[in-house]
Design a protein around this ligand. Structure first.
Ligand code: KIV
Length: 280
């Protein structure tokens, strides 16, 4: 349990142009990963629907359900992190109506999140307003929005043309006006990331949006080098934990097969009386 606690108002007011340091957001999906992320001093933990890709073995995030997200948010919350916990609303948990969106958000809050995140701009204004009116803080997500993979025709950098860039700038304005306290910018050219960051009063959290956003987010498994997938250009691996895990597990298997495990130090000795009884 951590003494510090990142709050939504603290995040809302963090802009680098006012001299603040960039904020750090890292995903986590279970209690141990949340403890590790919190111990690193990250400001925010995103329980992302990327859990579908990196933990549950799905090809995309479209298979992730609200029940799955509740399960993972509650596991992260049991770590009692000082970082703000943001629960990702999965596909089809907020697309039907504002009422559905409020009810889905409430389930993630009751599971232990302090805020929710959803993807989309102009087409999500009524939903964002309804959730914010229910006193639930909302983080937006624009640019390469993985839940739109079929509409985008793949995971492609967004906002590359003048028209697309201007649409994204407008989208950032409308999600801010609708009440988002921050917005993720994913997979956009660096100058567009910088422009949106300059234009908006809410902080931008970049992932593949260049160095000038108000914060950066990466997926836990990607940054630790334990992913099961081809990583995007914007990922930097800060460890090769996947290799270390495979080495440790192989070492264990070798020791079991050779009889080197368990040793006497890892074995409960048999009392003499029982030895006599067992004839050992
Ligand atoms: O689900 C997720 O992990 C995300 C981040 C990549 C921003 O949405």
């Amino acid at each position: 349990m951590s003494d510090r606690k990142t709050t939504v108002p603290a995040v809302r007011s963090t802009k680098r142009r006012n001299g603040a340091a960039p904020m750090v957001m890292i995903t986590a999906y279970d209690e141990p990963s949340a403890r590790f992320v919190d111990a690193s001093g990250a400001d925010m933990i995103l329980v992302g629907d990327s859990v579908g890709n990196v933990v549950l073995g799905f090809p995309d995030t479209l298979h992730v359900t609200l029940e799955m997200m509740e399960h993972h948010v509650s596991a992260v919350a049991r770590a009692h992190p000082g970082a703000l916990i943001i629960g990702d609303l999965p596909w089809m948990s907020y697309h039907v109506s504002p009422q559905q969106a409020v009810e889905s958000s409430a389930r993630l809050i009751r599971a232990g999140a302090q805020a929710v995140k959803l993807e989309g701009g102009q087409n999500r204004v009524d939903v964002i307003e309804a959730i914010v009116n229910a006193e639930i803080p909302v983080m937006g997500h624009l640019g390469l929005t993985p839940q739109s993979v079929n509409t985008m025709g793949g995971y492609r950098v967004q906002g590359k043309s003048i028209e697309a860039a201007d649409l994204l700038r407008q989208a950032a304005r409308v999600v801010e006006d609708a009440g988002c306290f921050a917005v993720v910018l994913e997979g956009v050219p660096d100058d567009l990331g910088a422009t949106v960051t300059d234009e908006r009063s809410i902080p931008t959290i970049g992932i593949g949006a260049g160095p000038n956003t108000d914060g950066q987010v990466l997926v836990f498994h990607d940054l630790l080098g334990m992913g099961n997938r081809q990583t995007a250009k914007f990922v930097r691996e800060y460890g090769q934990i996947g290799t270390a895990i495979t080495e440790a597990l192989t070492h264990f298997s070798d020791d079991v097969r050779s009889g080197a495990f368990p040793a006497s130090a890892e074995t409960y000795g048999t009392p003499d009386e029982l030895k006599d009884h067992l004839g050992s």
